[in-house]
Design a protein around this ligand. Structure first.
Ligand code: FMN
Ligand code: FE2
Ligand code: FE2
Length: 397
């Protein structure tokens, strides 16, 4: 039994990274991440699908050697040029001097720009082209902006395997098992929400296009670039990606607030109490100066309600709250029950600026409140009103 064989002559040769602190220099990786590569062996030719991050190149070669020994690689398929997958291009082309690099027009321009490879190493393909490796026909499906302009997927017609690039990927390294049948996948769900919302979140409409384009393929395995190979759980992961890319969310409310001296925090806590008293069961509260942006974005994508509060800070939104609003605006957030609250002492600014983000994103603010100095009985009345409005709007969803 070859423990890395997915279907006959298709092998997992990816690597785990449990060292990197932050993906893209930004997003925490408490459970690591995997960079997935695959070998497809036809009767005539062998292809490697994607490489790994440069720091993991030694592990990639060990993995390849364990599967094909001294046999050569004829094609290196580049589905995605982000360096977490393209970092090994130079090393692979150097190790296999006859290998051709397969990519589309955009891929090739990027490979030249980043890796300075000569023209004679490329084999340019266009959408729908096929290459026969001998009993393994690779078909290329261009899926731009999932998650860069050059991204594409590669499908093996005989096996019903799709190498999907970042689509259907998740944070979290592989803990022994490779195909989902071999593991308890429950814990990946949170990491998949975080991966999607942090990395792919801006490109929902392109994910929708890619889903439509691949919907007529008979898919038995999804081999993404991060996390498990999906087989028995295909339905579940496609549903998560479909839902998130349509900005659909789950019952619950995320409260994001900033506070220097506790006054705005007190309002945030009271809003949460009032929501709980009205039956909202999933409430996530983040102090924006303490919680990591990655988790705030993930919860904001996940739950239907979003309530954001900030004190006025030198005529601006409190910086970590503003950073969150920028992240949401960048991800073109929509389809939320949004409420805002603000505080100030002598010249109010933050609350209006919060509402301006909603305006720019064309999202209605269902309720808002502003407090001068500290919470009094009128504040608690306003909080009750805000909670009523939020719960009412959530019921309509
Ligand atoms: C560094 C700093 C800058 C502030 N800038 C403003 C301001 O520009 N306008 C204003 O009305 N209040 C300003 N305030 C006052 C706070 O907005 C106000 O005290 C608010 O109640 C603080 O809420 P908190 O207790 O949640 O931090 C500032 C306070 C601090 C500490
Ligand atoms: Fe990517
Ligand atoms: Fe990636």
């Amino acid at each position: 039994m070859n423990i890395r064989e997915i279907t006959k002559d298709v092998y997992y040769v990816g690597v785990n990274d449990r060292t990197l602190d932050r993906f893209e220099g930004l997003w925490p990786l408490p459970y690591g991440v995997s960079y997935n590569s695959y070998i497809v062996k036809g009767s005539n030719k062998t292809a490697l699908i994607d490489t790994v991050e440069i720091g993991s190149i030694r592990d990639l070669f060990h993995s390849i050697m364990s599967q094909i020994g001294g046999d050569k690689i004829d094609y290196l398929v580049i589905n995605h040029m982000e360096p977490d997958h393209s970092g090994g291009i130079n090393a692979v082309l150097a190790a296999y001097p006859d290998a051709k690099l397969i990519g589309n027009k955009q891929t090739i321009a990027m490979v030249k720009g980043y890796y300075h490879i000569s023209d004679d190493r490329f084999l340019e393909i266009t959408d729908g082209d096929t290459i026969d490796l001998g009993g393994k026909t690779l078909r290329f499906v261009l899926t731009p902006m999932v998650h860069w302009p050059e991204t594409m997927m590669t499908y093996i017609e005989e096996d019903g395997i799709i190498f999907s690039g970042d689509a259907f990927g998740t944070f979290g390294a592989l803990n022994g098992g490779i195909v989902d049948d071999e593991m308890d996948t429950g814990w990946y769900k949170d990491e998949m929400y975080r991966y999607y919302s942090n990395i792919v979140g801006k490109y929902g409409r392109f994910v929708q296009k890619a889903l439509a384009k691949t919907s007529n393929l008979d898919i038995k395995y999804i081999c993404s670039t991060h996390g498990p190979v999906w087989h028995s759980k295909i339905g579940e992961v496609v549903e998560i990606y479909d839902k998130l890319s349509k900005y659909e969310s789950e019952p619950g409310v995320t409260i994001i607030y900033g506070s220097m001296y506790g006054n705005t925090a007190e309002v945030a806590e009271e809003i949460a109490r009032q929501l709980a008293a009205r039956g909202v069961r999933n409430i996530k509260i983040h102090n924006a100066a303490k919680s990591n942006l990655s988790y705030m974005i993930s919860d904001a994508f996940r739950y239907e309600g979003l309530i954001v509060g900030s004190p006025t800070y030198s005529m601006h939104i409190f910086p970590p709250v503003e950073q969150f609003m920028i992240a949401m605006e960048t991800r073109e957030f929509k389809n939320k029950v949004l409420a805002t609250f603000g505080s100030f002492s002598w010249a109010s600014a933050a609350h209006k600026q919060l509402k301006d983000y909603a305006l720019k994103s064309k999202i209605d603010v269902v309720a808002s409140l502003e407090m001068k100095h500290s919470a009094g009985s009128d504040t608690f009345t306003q909080v009750a009103h805000l909670a009523d409005k939020v719960v009412e709007a959530l019921k309509l969803k």
